[in-house]
Design a protein around this ligand. Structure first.
Ligand code: BTN
Length: 246
């Protein structure tokens, strides 16, 4: 099932309501614009016309502890499409941001809905939300984010076919998530190659705590490794990871 909206608050919110009504795996919700796009850490994801905003509902055949890997697999799917369709070389900032030439071009927000299966064990339905800056302009965004983002059309100096891009992205996401079942180690190895922060000084922030060190890629569970100057290694999940300013 495909649902298309011109203007909606959030495609992830619509997908969550559809799951409650029993929508099947593979349902796609797409909007031309969102008024309250959901971003990480409860932020609003600005979604002006010209971008691609969609949520794909999937019931992955994965143990619950591997669900964080779906964000990583989705990031890889975005990378593959940007490489294959446009010959670009983007990177991923753990866990969910796609960067192109120093600017954020896309964000991913995966949300899990858990319910007991027929055997009483919890099963997950995942909402994979992707927002990509495509035919919109950097000047369409709030002043404070303009220096941090880029859009595909401004980077490539051409208009992009949103329908073709959406079809390629949904296909690639389904493929990469399916690979997690039998080919998880290869998926993670591919992710390390795309890591924007690998070997670079990073700051990790969670609540009022901060940690500085060198980025060391993801673990098999999807956490991020940071090595402090004194050699102590940390594995972090949740929170925010940034390139260190100093
Ligand atoms: C982030 O960068 O913080 C994640 C942004 C995810 C935004 C997408 S847009 C489509 C989908 N619907 C939402 O409400 N959010 C995601």
């Amino acid at each position: 099932m495909i649902l298309q909206y011109d203007h909606i608050d959030s495609t992830n919110r619509v997908a969550k309501d559809l799951i409650a009504e029993g929508t099947p795996s593979g349902t796609l919700v797409r909007a031309v614009r969102q008024s309250a796009g959901k971003g990480q850490y409860g932020r609003v994801f600005e979604s002006p016309k010209g971008g691609l905003y969609f949520s794909l509902v999937l019931e992955p055949d994965l143990p619950l502890e591997q669900l964080p890997l779906i964000t990583l697999a989705t990031g890889l799917a975005c990378l593959r499409v940007l490489k294959e369709q446009f010959a670009l070389s983007p990177h991923i900032k753990w866990p969910n941001d796609i960067y192109l030439a120093g600017g954020k071009v896309a964000g991913i927000l995966c949300e899990n809905v858990l319910k007991p299966g027929p055997d009483g064990r919890l099963t997950a339905t995942v909402i994979i939300g992707v927002g990509m800056n495509v035919n919109n302009k950097v000047r369409d965004f709030a002043d404070e984010v303009q220096s941090l983002i880029t859009t595909l059309s401004e980077h490539l100096h051409t208009q992009i076919d949103l329908e073709e891009l959406l079809a390629n992205l949904t296909r690639a996401i389904i493929d990469q998530v399916a690979r997690l079942k039998h080919d998880r180690i290869a998926v993670l190895a591919e992710w390390q190659q795309a890591d924007l922060l690998w070997g670079r000084p990073v700051v990790y922030l969670r609540d009022s705590q901060s940690l500085t060190g060198i980025g060391q890629g993801v673990t098999e569970q999807g956490a991020y490794r940071i090595c402090e100057e004194n050699g102590v290694e940390h594995q972090v999940i949740g929170g925010q990871l940034r390139l260190s300013p100093g």
